[in-house]
Design a protein around this ligand. Structure first.
Ligand code: NAI
Ligand code: 2OP
Length: 309
């Protein structure tokens, strides 16, 4: 269990994440911070009042400033605006870069030893903003997207095959956008390569639906984007860190030559431990997957070019 986890942004993803963190008792204290007056204290109090029913002893505090966040072991950044119908994640870039800059300055000041898990979009670029502004090493600034994208891919595969989601092993790499790279060659159903169970046209439809997974939810919700699966994905990463589990999960990590990429964040297989990023695991990809990853990385680089740091 960590001592203190702060979640910045008490909107849909942030508030749901705080509740899930508390229910799993991953920290003694969870702090929710938001710029909008009242929202963080109100949601934190409501969540605390669920503790006797849910049976957790984690204390949840809501605030408009970072004083209660001081000394946090881990900070989850969900502050920003979310996608509306017709908006791409990259449309968010300028607004969210300014917000993530402000938040990162506060993290540097109040939580200089924290591990930072970035969620705000466009994800890979916001991770870079957070790393640059905090000046933290790459072990302590990682991004959540691959776990979510992989969960969507696993859900669609399980539905198509009529098997338990628990029996689908898979990873989605690349940037968190329309060019993400589901690794079909490494997708198995209890160890059986998925290509033995589904034909190429069905697999292609599932890969396309995965790439469009965020937009599919936005089209339903109209006023915001997904948050139940995203908050579950954040908590899976935090749990691996808090419990020092060394889980191998697809996360956005700062690359220094891995997969032929450097000077950028992109989704790759990562071990997460109490250190944060313990190791980036490099695996062989097919020629097509290598090409797709390169294309996805180029899309991230293009979005980085829109940000002045
Ligand atoms: P939301 O609009 O419900 O919540 C965002 C919250 O951030 C609001 O409460 C807002 O007041 C707050 N905020 C804005 N500026 C702030 C600042 N300077 N300091 C503190 N708080 C601030 O949005 P939602 O649905 O929670 O999404 C949050 C972000 O996460 C969006 O950028 C969204 O695109 C992204 N996202 C990323 C995912 C991923 O896979 N990486 C998945 C889902 C969402
Ligand atoms: C998602 O994939 C909006 O990035 C967010 O749902």
């Amino acid at each position: 269990m960590l001592n203190r986890i702060t979640v910045v942004g008490a909107g849909n993803v942030g508030a749901t994440t705080a509740q899930r963190l508390a229910e799993k008792e991953l920290a003694r204290t969870v702090v929710l911070v938001d710029v909008v007056e009242g929202i963080a204290p109100g949601k934190a109090l409501d969540q605390m009042e669920s503790a006797p029913i849910e049976g957790f002893d984690t204390c949840i505090i809501g605030a408009n400033d970072y004083a209660p966040a001081e000394g946090s072991d881990l900070v989850v950044v969900t502050a920003g605006i979310a996608r509306k119908p017709g908006m791409s994640r990259d449309d968010l870039v300028r607004t969210n870069a300014d917000i993530v800059k402000q938040v990162s300055q506060q993290i540097k000041r109040y939580c200089p030893n924290a591990i930072v898990v970035v969620v705000s979009n466009p994800l890979d670029v916001m991770c870079w903003v957070a790393k640059q502004v905090t000046g933290f090493p790459r072990e302590r600034v990682i991004g959540m997207a691959g776990v979510l994208d992989t969960a969507r891919y696993r859900t669609f595969l399980a539905q198509a095959l009529n098997v338990s989601v628990e029996d689908i092993q898979a990873m989605v790499l690349g940037g968190h956008g329309d060019t993400m790279v589901p690794l079909v060659s490494y997708t198995t159903v209890s160890g059986i390569p998925v290509r033995q169970l589904l034909d190429e046209s069905k697999l292609k439809a599932i890969v396309d639906r995965t790439r469009n997974g965020g937009a599919e939810i936005v089209a339903f919700l109209k006023t915001g984007s997904a948050y139940y699966a995203p908050s579950s994905a954040v908590v899976q990463m935090v749990e691996s860190i808090a419990r020092d589990k060394n889980r191998l999960l697809p996360c956005a990590a700062w690359l220094e030559g891995e997969y032929g990429l450097s000077g950028m964040y992109c989704g790759v297989p990562c071990k997460l431990s109490r250190k944060g990023l313990e190791e980036i695991v490099q695996v062989e990809l097919t020629a097509q997957e290598r090409e797709d990853l390169k294309k996805s990385a180029e899309a991230v680089k293009q979005t980085m070019a829109a940000v002045n740091l």
